[in-house]
Design a binder for this molecule. Structure first.
Ligand code: NAI
Ligand code: MG
Length: 497
């Protein structure tokens, strides 16, 4: 396994990580008020990659003040929707011009394959900004015929919600920043963004492009730091009008508590344990390839990973063998190696967490058809793993593993599979593989999940809403639905008699 960092480090990136990176507050790059920095690691080697200003309560205080001022009295609110849209579009153009560099940063900081970041993470982020740039001019209210006596003109205005705190995870660092910033800016909000402590680099580089694009000072503030300090201070801050969070369900619940102080609005995109159901009448070759992609894409570090594979009994052996064969073919290595298809997990914590789940699975009787262990002697690599002999009450079937581990279970009766697929506290995504279109759409209706894929998996689009049923979250990301997270409706009623 080639896990060396390329000696020809991208020159712009080398320069970027050479000095401790500062935080962006009110249009200026600042050290932490405490003067502290924290390290971010290269997960392929476990070595320190860069030092980052460590934001905490005081920095959040300053950033919120800047965002408040930018919202309440800055030029941002006087800009036309068209001007806002053009700024967001310009940010997309700048990001696109720096695609290579961003893919490289993502690969170094998160571990994912450079080649995949270049064709997935970066272009999806660009597309999100472009899609949202278009919405800036299309956020409309309604005129409403009312039936009260007298003569009234009644209409609604959709106004930006105000100062938004955004807390994002490490699995798609740049893309999550785009999912959050794009709609908030389109709606006319101002933002304090806290990237994940494991992967702060791409958001900070994006902050430079935000300033280059010409956003007024204080509109976008970026404060890196830890969750329990900077994140918690942001979620609890009384001058923040709304908090948008993506991450674990456990922390999502903490955010809800923290938000209670000023009853700020909350949207949450949380964990999942998504069922992927293969019927015997499916195109099995594509179901096999798709089911492998469903779990192994991004090393299983996807909230919507297809981690519970259910296969109709008569084709179970063939599908499990097929997915295991796909797993064996995956080239695991450093994200910078051009051959690499799967890099390391993001951190030593995630490595230990995933290996802990594997041990729990084995001790409860699960068997690995392929994989099952840590890989390599440095870095945070785990083998792509297919577990069989699993039962519904096992930890590996119930809980989110967030690694390249799928449990495969047979089913006999198509009627039985709906309650089993829905038997989860989560409800983020689900997939069905079948050639029977009636069955596919009946399943889509009955699956309790925010996304249902039919004969495909992991298809994302800026226009397609994404989010969770049950404990997978509140609200939707992407599509025009996300704009509801960042706007509020005002009803205006005029007596025109
Ligand atoms: P996490 O939920 O702790 O971290 C996500 C973000 O929340 C980070 O920016 C972190 O700094 C922040 N945060 C943490 N504690 C906070 C607090 N008390 N107040 C405010 N912000 C806080 O997730 P973690 O620990 O990195 O990963 C643990 C598990 O969470 C993973 O194994 C996976 O199951 C799940 N997860 C789900 C994600 C998703 O996309 N839905 C993304 C990342 C993790
Ligand atoms: Mg890192």
């Amino acid at each position: 396994m080639g896990i060396a960092v390329s000696p020809q480090i991208h020159p712009q990136v080398a320069e970027f990580i050479d000095k401790p990176r500062k935080m962006l507050i009110n249009g200026r790059w600042m050290n932490a008020a405490s003067g502290k920095t924290f390290p971010t690691y290269n997960p392929a080697t476990g070595e320190v990659l860069a030092q980052i200003a460590e934001g905490d309560r005081d920095d959040i205080e300053q950033a919120v003040r800047a965002a408040r001022k930018a919202f309440d009295s800055g030029p941002w609110r006087r800009m036309t929707p068209s001007e806002r849209g053009r700024l967001i579009w310009k940010l997309a153009d700048l990001l696109e011009q720096h695609s290579e560099e961003f893919a490289y940063i993502e690969s170094l900081d998160n571990g994912k394959a450079f080649n995949i970041a270049k064709v997935a993470d970066v272009p999806l982020a660009v597309d999100m900004f472009r899609y949202m740039a278009g919405w800036a001019t299309k956020i409309e209210g309604n005129t409403i015929p009312i039936s009260s006596g007298g003569k009234f003109l009644a209409y609604t205005l959709r106004e930006p919600i105000g100062v938004v705190g955004q807390i994002i995870p490490w699995n798609f660092p740049l893309l999550m920043a785009a999912w959050k910033l794009g709609p908030a800016l389109a709606a006319g909000c101002t933002v304090v963004l806290k990237p994940a402590e494991q992967t702060p680099l791409s958001a900070l580089r994006l902050g430079e492009l935000v300033m280059e694009a010409g956003f007024p000072e204080g509109v976008v503030n970026i404060v890196p730091g830890y969750g329990e300090t900077a994140g918690a201070a942001l979620a609890a801050h009384p001058n923040v009008d709304k908090v948008a969070f993506t991450g674990s369900t456990e922390v999502g619940k903490l955010i809800v508590h923290a938000a209670a102080g000023n009853l700020k609005k909350v949207s949450l995109e949380l964990g999942g344990k998504s069922p992927n159901v293969v019927f015997k009448d499916a195109d099995l070759d594509s179901a096999i390839a798709g089911s492998a992609g469903a779990i192994f894409f991004n090393h299983g570090q996807c909230c919507c990973a297809g981690s519970r594979l259910y296969v109709e009994k008569s084709v179970y052996d063939r599908v499990v063998e097929g997915v295991a064969a796909e797993a064996k073919k995956i080239k695991v290595g450093s994200g910078l190696d051009p051959e690499t298809q799967m890099g390391p997990l993001v951190s030593v914590e995630q490595l230990n967490r995933v290996c802990g789940y594997l041990e729990a699975g084995f001790s409860e009787g699960a068997k690995a058809v392929v994989g099952g262990h840590k890989a390599g002697d440095r870095g945070y690599f785990v083998e792509p793993t297919v577990l069989v002999n699993t039962k519904e009450d096992m930890k590996v079937v119930k809980e989110e593993i967030f690694g390249p581990v799928v449990t495969a279970m047979p089913f006999t009766d198509p009627e039985e599979i709906i309650p089993r697929a829905n038997d989860s506290e989560y409800g983020l995504a689900a997939a069905v593989w079948t050639r029977d279109i009636g069955k596919a759409h009946r399943m889509a209706e009955q699956l309790r999940a925010g996304t249902v894929w039919i004969n495909c998996y992991n298809v994302f689009d800026a226009a397609l809403p994404f989010g969770g049923y049950k404990q997978s979250g509140w609200g939707r990301e992407m599509g025009h639905e996300v704009l509801h997270n960042y706007t509020q409706t005002k009803a205006v009623c005029a007596n025109i008699a």
